[in-house]
Design a protein around this ligand. Structure first.
Ligand code: ADP
Ligand code: MG
Length: 431
């Protein structure tokens, strides 16, 4: 088969790595890809959100399956355009991608279909939103409705802070149209877990859970990022808890989307708060997380390609996937300054030697190769060092030992990825 992966981050490198290993995969393309992906796939110079050019490339190359990594092209309708051109695509339609594209829609869906989530109200009028906030206990959460690159949510400790967050979205238009409405919601307490399912419109096939680290610096301090690290499994989710997540959240969400006339196909990612009353939905994403995808691919024992095809073809109910019981940890190496401004084009050494190592892979994110083969930084998140080990300690040690072999003075990483789990590794870690 000929496969095209859309995107160029660590997530897409992990997907390409897994797909390239499939005996069913004859030719692998990636648009736009990166220096690491170029070792697995033929990279096409097409931006991940250039819907017309992607459809044309897929049809010119007679691609059998397109796998869409990032959310922007999904929300823009890439899968609809591909299917209209007769090309099979893994990912939700534009209507189904609203689950991520609009937090208001996600809240409506949970509300209508009894899926546990924080109590909330939606507002377009700043005065009404502020009046509501004044009547609510603290802390309180204000969220811009649309895609805001991880910057649209404020957990507010004071009413004044909440009023500012409301003004920034509704009056100052800090998020553009993504902030035309806001959700004001109850602040939940607990630890956060990322739950995943492959979905074919009817069936949610649950994958192992993961935990991620969004803050830039150690101790969960500093600005919010796209993600600085992840690990799977998490001691927070034993088999019984996984069953609760599957039966109260993942499958009900798939049923609800079908009932709403927006059947969901692709990868469903539920961001959950493990509250004293059970898991509740914080948000949905409609694609693999980055770097959560890297830890999942590292743990995947089965062939990824037939699983994605089963989701596209509506036959997940008779499908099963196998996972290594080991723990995978992914640590992001980012350019100093990220998520603010940073340098690009710096040479990154030490990558060749890592290829010899077992159980660790340097999945590339923002990298670009020179004519002479030198790998250079080309984005904020640059490498996602992903390791498998018999315990979280062992996986961490492998990931950090590999990171210490990278020669790139301009990079930084968190040193505490997995620390949430380390204090509580008394539970058997089989998902
Ligand atoms: N209701 C809530 N209660 C407590 N914390 C929340 C709540 N909603 C969001 N958060 C926090 O804000 C983060 C970002 O919110 P989320 O809804 O995941 O938006 P996004 O990922 O689009 O920025 C969450 O990971 C969580 O830490
Ligand atoms: Mg989130």
């Amino acid at each position: 088969m000929k496969i095209l992966v859309v995107g160029g981050g660590g997530r897409e490198h992990a997907l390409c790595w897994a797909l390239a290993a499939s005996p069913l995969c004859d030719e692998l393309y990636c648009a736009p890809g990166n220096a690491g992906i170029a070792e697995e796939a033929t990279c096409l110079e097409i931006a991940a959100d250039d819907v017309d050019a992607l459809v044309k490339a897929a049809s010119d190359k007679a691609v059998d399956l397109v796998v869409v990594g990032p959310e922007a092209p999904l929300v823009a309708g890439l899968v609809d355009a591909l299917e209209a051109a007769g090309i099979r695509a893994f990912g939700p339609s534009k209507a189904a991608a609203e689950l991520e594209g609009s937090k208001a829609f996600a809240k409506y869906l949970c509300d209508q279909h009894g899926i546990p989530t924080a109590a909330f109200q939606r507002f377009t009028d700043p005065a009404e939103a502020k009046a509501y906030v004044a009547s609510q206990p603290l802390p309180i959460v204000v969220k811009a409705d649309g895609l805001a690159a991880g910057k649209g949510v404020t957990v507010c400790q004071s009413h004044a802070e909440a009023e500012r967050a409301i003004e920034e979205a509704l009056v100052d238009k800090r998020f553009g149209a993504a902030g035309d409405s806001v959700i004001v919601e109850e602040c939940l307490t607990g630890q956060e877990v990322s739950a995943f399912a492959l979905v074919d419109g009817d069936t949610a096939l649950m994958l192992p859970c993961a935990q991620d680290h969004k803050a830039a610096y150690d101790g969960d301090t500093g600005p919010n990022t796209g993600g600085m690290g992840a690990y799977s499994p998490t001691p927070l989710v034993d088999e019984a808890t996984a069953e609760v997540i599957q039966s109260t959240i993942l499958q009900p969400t798939v049923d609800a989307m079908k009932a709403e006339g927006r059947p969901f196909k692709g990868l469903l990612y539920a961001g959950l708060m493990m509250t004293p009353d059970g898991p509740k939905v914080l948000e949905y994403n409609v694609r693999f997380g980055d770097p959560e995808c890297q830890v999942l691919m590292m743990r995947l024992m089965s062939d990824l390609l037939p699983a994605l095809l089963a989701a596209c073809d509506g036959v997940l109910d008779s499908f099963d996937m196998r996972w290594f019981a080991e723990t995978a940890v992914s640590v992001v190496l980012a350019a100093r300054g990220y998520p603010g401004s940073y340098e690009k084009g710096e040479a990154i050494g030490g990558l060749e030697a890592l290829k010899e190592l077992d159980d660790v892979i340097a999945f590339h994110a923002g990298t670009k190769a020179d004519g002479d083969g030198t790998v250079r930084s080309n984005g904020g998140r640059v490498l996602t060092m992903t390791a498998l080990g018999g315990s979280i300690e062992e996986a961490r040690q492998r990931a950090y030992t590999a990171i210490d072999q990278i020669d790139w003075p301009g990079g930084f990483c968190r040193r505490d990825i997995g620390w949430h789990a380390l204090g509580k590794l008394t539970i058997e870690t089989e998902d």
